[in-house]
Design a protein around this ligand. Structure first.
Ligand code: NAD
Length: 442
């Protein structure tokens, strides 16, 4: 099928490249000319493993990028909206979604034949039918039905493994407002015949996405709260506690061969960040509160997460009462390994608290330093060009993101007691080579 996708971020571009791989003809649309040029030159504007080669393989054939939304809508049978939906402090910000819907509607004024509009962005229940559909109707001057239909198709990919997640999804959720829209959505996903699929209304599809993120965020804050309790009680091995939970039959894979991926969430760390869990939880909580629901648990989940960076910094207090003048290296700026995304990364709060305590902070990340510089511009924060330089001469090293290459740092440091104090904010290193080691939850 001929499909257009509005937004070439982590979701839109990965979806476009993967649907091209599956045989569809894809036109990606963005407002950012630099992104469009880069994609058309066969390169990905974002760091995502496997994406460059997929774009290189299909660009100029089944994949192209453009600034021209009208032509993209005219030339395709369906359009996905995959633009950002940030939380603006009091509610979900639908500006980009509204603008995309309006522009699609305006394009439909001069298009003949049926067109499907699919909301892939994460939006609150009711948005596809209550905001996107009327926006298209008013710009198109047409009611939904004969000429166009709407659907919701939330995305579950995870940054760092987005290409794999999109090519081999664990589930498909398709919410359609009528049978024509449903038939087209099924045709789009025909190349995924073995993927478990839920066919439902747009409203329920939208809720499934929030429920999924709320569950993951709850598990992460649960793991962190248990680890923090262990710290407070003392003499508790947090890894054994987590392993004890992982071995529950509820978390075992069916064949009992290895552990299921959910255990990655039930692991203490610096707290969750990224472009989805924090903003989606806040939007859901704000929306629920506006209906009079107290949402006690989810508010508590956010509160536990908010405290977690301070918990990491407090581990340094075990060594020094005053961080003033201490040289502290922070390893990892991305919100998780495998991505250059720094949105809501816990590294920001950790570094801000270290700087506020008077520490001299050096930061290093293999791919996210460019993006992080846009977040914090502080004369006291230095960026190291490589891992070797980052760890040299540090009084303390704080691991914030569990990049696999950080497991090698023991080999870069002097032997014995000259080694810096190591604070493992992800419990991702082997403690043995560090005479002075503390992990989150210890
Ligand atoms: P992003 O910020 O990386 O990308 C959004 C892109 O849309 C940008 O390139 C922007 O220039 C473009 N854009 C905005 N308005 C536009 C318009 N009117 N016309 C054309 N282009 C426009 O966003 P993202 O991380 O890909 O997230 C997109 C949506 O998917 C969000 O709702 C998010 O919650 C959801 N989601 C994200 C992830 C993730 O891991 N990032 C996973 C699942 C769902």
């Amino acid at each position: 099928m001929k499909l257009s996708i509005i937004g070439t971020g982590y979701v839109g571009l990965v979806t476009g490249a993967c649907l091209a791989e599956k045989g569809h003809d894809i036109t990606c649309v963005d407002l950012d000319a630099r992104r469009v040029d880069q994609i058309n030159a066969g390169r990905s504007p974002i760091y995502e493993p496997g994406l460059d080669s997929l774009i290189g393989k299909h660009i100029g054939q089944r994949l192209r990028a453009t600034l021209d939304l009208v032509a993209a809508v005219h030339d395709t049978d369906a359009t996905f909206i995959a633009v950002g939906t940030p939380f603006n402090g009091s509610t979900i910000d639908l500006r980009d979604v509204r603008r995309a819907a309006h522009d699609i509607g305006a394009a439909l004024r001069t298009k003949t034949g049926y067109h499907l509009v699919v909301v892939k962005s994460t939006v609150l229940p009711g948005t596809t039918e209550g905001v996107v559909r009327p926006e298209i109707e008013s710009a198109a001057g047409l009611p939904a039905g004969e000429c166009f239909g709407v659907g919701a198709n939330p995305e579950f990919l995870s940054e760092g493994t987005a290409v794999r997640d999109c090519l081999f999804p664990d589930r498909l959720v398709i919410g359609a407002s009528d049978s024509h829209a449903l038939a087209l959505l099924k045709e789009i996903y025909a190349p995924f015949p073995h993927t478990p699929t839920i066919e439902t209304t747009p409203r329920t599809a939208e809720m499934i996405k929030y429920a999924s993120n709320a569950l993951l965020a709850t598990l992460l804050s649960f793991a962190n709260e248990i680890a923090n309790l262990g710290t407070a009680f003392g003499s508790i091995d947090p890894d054994a506690v987590m392993r004890g939970l992982h071995l529950s039959q509820y978390f075992r894979s069916r064949n009992r061969d290895g552990l299921p991926p959910i255990v990655d969430f039930l692991r203490p760390g610096c707290g969750f960040g990224g472009s989805c869990l924090p903003k989606d939880l806040r939007a859901l909580v704000a929306h629920a509160q506006s209906t009079g629901e107290p949402v006690t648990l989810l508010r508590a989940v956010l509160a536990v997460n908010h405290r977690q960076p301070a918990q990491i910094v407090s581990l340094l207090d075990r060594r020094w009462l005053d961080l003033h003048g201490r040289r502290v290296t922070v390893l990892g700026l991305a919100f998780k390994p495998g991505t250059d995304d720094v949105r809501e990364t816990p590294a920001r709060a950790v570094i801000e608290q270290l700087l506020a305590a008077g520490a001299h902070v050096t930061a290093y990340d293999p791919v996210a330093m460019g993006n992080f510089r846009l977040l914090i511009d502080d004369a006291h924060l230095h960026y190291a060009p490589d891992l070797n330089t980052a760890v040299a001469e540090a009084d303390a090293i704080v691991v914030v993101t569990a990049w696999p290459e950080f497991r090698e740092i023991a080999s870069l440091l002097p032997a014995g007691s000259a080694r810096p104090f190591l604070v493992d904010g992800r419990r991702s290193l082997t403690p043995a080579p560090f005479p002075d080691y503390v992990g989150v939850g210890d």
